[in-house]
Write a protein that binds this ligand. Structure first.
Ligand code: NI
Length: 425
């Protein structure tokens, strides 16, 4: 299977050089990028007036939470979780998770996301949805033991079940990772188990970290340390840890994160909506911490649009620092693409020969994207997910000219309505 994309503006390489060239994909890899490729291919796409970008990597989300979209807004995090999200989540069945996950995946494919990192429950259902859709995903079961040994054992069992399920699925696009929910919901015993098991199995870890002021305060009260110090003390941190949020961080914590090679995933829309705070982007970047970008779940965003997320990130840090030079377009674009790939140790996030063919075509033949003065600028500030018209993952076309080829869009929209009917009542 080969795909030739001709006449587009390509965002090439790690330095995001914009060139007018053709791209040849063979199997699941980009094999050639050159001014004019005249070889034949199974599929030829004319990308005149269009931009070929690395696919976006949503490094932190909870895909089935599409089911909860719009059910509870404008509340503080703990009130939102305890009184609204958790009671509904208790009633979610595997059927909700499958259709909710699929709705999220459909939304992501349509918006140009080619890889996502997920944390939720009934994750076997999400794995099935990812497999059917042709997406690339890293899936974790969100573990919460609240210090209870019986619950801990059940969570461990559930995690091992998912690991086994994904192993047996044998998809080259689907990876398992460990998902201890957060330092305030997981006991030291559970976190230690995760660390040991991750090292033993060579799988990565994702966790929520330093999201709110209250979280930091409660960990300090309980353990006499900040959350990052607490995890470091357990020997938990390493370059296989992807930590979401990192809003409230001391200089000492940032130094530890940099030294251990931990990736922080920035979720600006969620942090703004839940009024959690502003991640110290400048301090983190200065320390050399890898920063990826995520949407978080669609109950706290409320969509999974990575293009929109880039704009929100850029604007947030400018106004917060009263400095328009902060969070420039190239920095933010890298967060949404190559930094996510770096976090996952994945050969993607850039367009170059030998990289995985995970890329998207954005239609710039639209009034809000003309004139093409700055391709990266337009993607960060002017475009949104709806401008993506073609999405390719692992060398396979999942969406062509706005039509999703691997999924029945109408059916998914209908099913999502159907399965949530009784939930809110
Ligand atoms: Ni989250």
């Amino acid at each position: 299977m080969s795909i030739l994309i001709k006449n587009g503006h390509i965002i090439y390489g790690e330095n995001l050089e914009v060139i007018k060239a053709d791209i040849l994909i063979e199997g699941n890899k980009i094999v050639e990028v050159a001014r004019s490729i005249s070889r034949s291919a199974d599929t030829v796409i004319d990308a005149k007036g269009k931009v070929i970008s690395p696919g976006f990597i949503n490094a932190h989300t909870h895909s089935p939470m599409t089911i909860l979209r719009g059910l509870a807004d404008d509340l503080p995090l703990m009130d939102w979780l305890q009184n609204h999200v958790w009671p509904i989540e208790k009633r979610l069945t595997s059927k909700h998770i499958y259709w909710g996950g699929l709705l999220g995946i459909l939304e992501m494919i349509k918006g140009g996301t080619t890889t996502f990192v997920d944390m939720y429950f009934h994750m076997e259902e999400v794995a099935k949805a990812v497999e059917n859709a042709g997406m690339r995903a890293y899936l974790s079961y969100g573990m919460v033991d609240l210090g209870d040994e019986e619950k801990r054992n059940a969570e461990i069992e559930e995690t091992l079940r998912l690991l086994d399920f994904i192993k047996k699925l044998g998809s080259p696009r689907i990876e398992f990772l460990f998902g201890p929910h957060a330092p305030y919901t997981c006991s030291p015993e559970l976190l230690k188990w995760v660390r040991e098991k991750a090292t033993e199995t060579g799988r990565m870890i994702t966790i929520h970290l330093n999201e709110t002021k209250n979280e930091v305060r409660s960990i300090k009260e309980k353990y006499g340390m900040t959350p990052v110090e607490f995890l470091d003390d357990l020997g938990f941190l390493g370059d296989d840890v992807i930590a979401a949020h990192g809003v409230w961080l001391s200089d000492e914590e940032i130094e530890i994160l940099a030294r251990k090679g931990v990736t922080i995933v920035h979720n600006p829309a969620s942090n703004m909506k839940l009024a959690s705070g502003v991640m110290p982007l400048e301090r983190l970047l200065k320390a050399g911490v890898n920063i990826a970008l995520g949407t978080d779940g669609s109950a706290s965003n409320n969509n999974l649009d990575m293009l929109e997320e880039m704009k929100i990130a850029a604007l947030l840090h400018k106004v917060h620092n009263l400095n328009p030079t902060v969070a420039d377009v190239r920095t933010v674009f890298k967060m949404a693409t190559q930094n996510g790939a770096k976090a996952l140790h994945l050969n993607a996030g850039v367009i170059r020969e030998g990289a995985l063919a995970d890329l998207v075509i954005v239609d710039f033949n639209r009034p809000h994207l003309r004139p093409i003065n700055g391709v990266i600028s337009h993607l960060v500030y002017s475009a949104n997910g709806n401008d993506v018209e073609t999405t390719i993952v692992d060398g396979k076309i999942l969406m062509l000219d706005g039509e999703v080829l691997t999924l029945d869009e109408e059916k998914i929209l209908g099913k999502a309505e159907e399965v949530v009917k009784k939930l809110a009542g």
